[in-house]
Write a protein that binds this ligand. Sequence first.
Ligand code: ADP
Length: 433
Amino acid sequence: MNHNWHGTLIRHLLMLVTVSLLAGLISGHYGGCLAIGLGLYLAWTLKQLLRLHEWLRHHKPDEPPPDGYGLWGEVFDSIYHLQRRDQRVRGRLQAVIDRVQESTAALKDAVIMLDSDGNLEWWNRAAETLLGLKTPQDSGQPVTNLVRHPRFKEYFEHANYAEPLEIPSPVNDRLRIQMLITRYGNNEHLMLVRDVTRMHQLEQMRKDFVANVSHELRTPLTVICGYLETLLDNVEEVNPRWVRALQQMHQQGGRMQTLLNDLLLLAKLEATDYPSDNQPVAVSALLQSITNDAQALSGSKNQHITLELESDVSLKGSEAELRSAFSNLIFNAVKYTPAEGKIRIRWWSDGRGAHLSVQDSGIGIDSKHIPRLTERFYRVDSSRASNTGGTGLGLAIVKHVLLRHRAALEINSVPGKGSVFICNFAPNQMTKP
Ligand code: ADP
């Protein structure tokens, strides 16, 4: 309805003034009648205003406004329509929110929203089963107070969420959960948590299988190698036609033993997240001893091996594991560098942590192989590896040892010119001897 209320209002006022003036004409009191007329109008207007106020304050939902007259009736109705429209919009929004909440509640994966300080804002039902969050007590609590695993705290504070994190569930040790954090909006966090127990069990079975097979093969292989050694020790009693075959069998047996040892070491490294001992390891002495071994391995190749110890910091961790990682890098440099080549080993520390670099002037590695070098059995050229007697597990061991010591491996190489392998240890891994 499109009514010209402006005109109507003026008409009403004119009528009121006319009636008042007429009454004034009859009674002879123009001023008094006009004042009474306007006063009555004002009183009526105030009454309507009070009714509106009363209705706005006390009306129940859906209760229509009181009947109003003229312009006031129109005002009452307009407000009522506005309210109804508002209610309908709110109802529709609530329905959308309910549907979103219902669907996230039905999700098997946990969805958790955290504010920019890492405090819990909202979570779905699965978060209660997987992480043990309690509604509503835990709302506003820092997530690191509720998920207390040290790896989670480190992961959350480090704020590098490129890779997901896998830890046991805080409510049930047998459940294995995977967490993925994404930042959105104003540095708020969205955390997704999945139950990966089944995948973890399969992975565990694979690791156990490899460890068991390696372990079971070790004894028969030791026996075979032992007999071969005895036969070769008494070579004059052996038919000369078999000597070369025996030597090759002995050599390949040795390779298999190194392979099994590497597989067992990898299995051991994978079994836990941290090294079993966390003693200060004197890196300088360790590198000195490995360099002497490298010199012996280099033998007649006459390579120029230098060791530059620019820092005397020690590392927290396991000496055996670090020895294995560093010697793999240094022996690789010896293996993949031709005679008369240069190998430079450097140990230094700065504001970003402690660093070991092993640089060689060897054959180098094509950049396309670099991202895959630390995979088990990955070889740039299989014929080349069999010449050097490598197992293909060396860099996989290096990667695992470094991961356990909170370090990262950096590889730079130019084919034909040489390679640099750098181990970067975080400052909190350094310690004084
Ligand atoms: P392997 O036992 O075969 O040496 P690793 O895991 O130690 O196995 O190394 C993987 C591959 O990386 C090697 O086969 C080799 O091709 C390459 N590689 C490792 N170190 C070097 C190096 N210093 N120079 C050139 N290539 C290297």
